[in-house]
Design a binder for this molecule. Structure first.
Ligand code: ADP
Ligand code: MG
Ligand code: ZN
Length: 189
């Protein structure tokens, strides 16, 4: 298929806490684009080494082939190779990810970005706020609170490590609602 330049591209951001289904939703959108014969290029940062290097994998074991990059600038090398760009774990990229997403969208591409907008202390994470500002479409997904079953908007770190980036799974994090999160954090400040 030849690529026809479109008048305008756009940015879609999928955000929410850990286990909320961001990667699942990202994969869903990208697979549908592939079914429609769109050329799709998918990227994830090297920080996220939880799964096999070449795949983006959701917690419910769906997966899709991706390219692992350290420098977001590399994504622009794929400009003429795809119509749709998928990026997972965007919070782990340096701030040049914003410029990259904008220039892809400015060049007529559909850019679908998933990432955590909040870290485990509920502070804004990496460049997610800037991506949210620029996005045409924002989808915020919730997980289910492990404490009470309400909608969970917070990622609570169960382990006692204090650095910002600690890659982990249910051994280190749980999704909590506002009330349960406040309850869990109150003795930790
Ligand atoms: P994210 O990318 O937002 O971390 P994923 O798309 O990888 O999320 O995984 C979502 C899946 O995680 C759900 O479909 C479910 O199978 C699983 N899961 C684990 N813990 C929870 C939770 N507390 N609430 C909802 N889903 C959860
Ligand atoms: Mg994910
Ligand atoms: Zn709760």
């Amino acid at each position: 298929m030849t690529l026809t330049p479109k008048n305008s591209g756009w940015i879609e951001v999928i955000c929410g806490p850990m286990f909320s289904g961001k990667t699942e939703e990202l994969i869903r959108r990208l697979v549908r684009a592939q079914i429609a014969k769109q050329k799709v290029a998918i990227f994830k940062p090297t920080t996220d080494n939880r799964f096999e290097g070449e795949y983006i994998v959701s917690h419910n074991q769906r997966k899709i082939k991706s390219v692992q990059v350290h420098d977001p600038g590399i994504i622009l090398d794929y400009l003429n190779k795809a119509d749709v760009f998928g990026i997972d774990e965007a919070q782990f990229f340096d701030k040049s990810i914003v410029k990259v997403c904008k220039s892809l969208a400015n060049s007529g591409k559909r850019v679908v970005v998933a990432g955590l907008e909040k870290d485990y202390l509920a502070k804004s994470f990496g460049s997610m706020p800037d991506l949210l500002i620029d996005a045409e479409y924002i989808t915020k997904v919730n997980a289910i609170c492990m404490g009470c079953g309400d909608p969970a908007n917070f990622s609570h770190r169960i382990s006692s490590e204090k650095k910002l980036v600690v890659v982990g799974e249910t051994d280190k994090y749980e999704a909590l609602c506002r009330r349960c999160y406040i309850e869990q954090r109150k003795d930790k400040r």
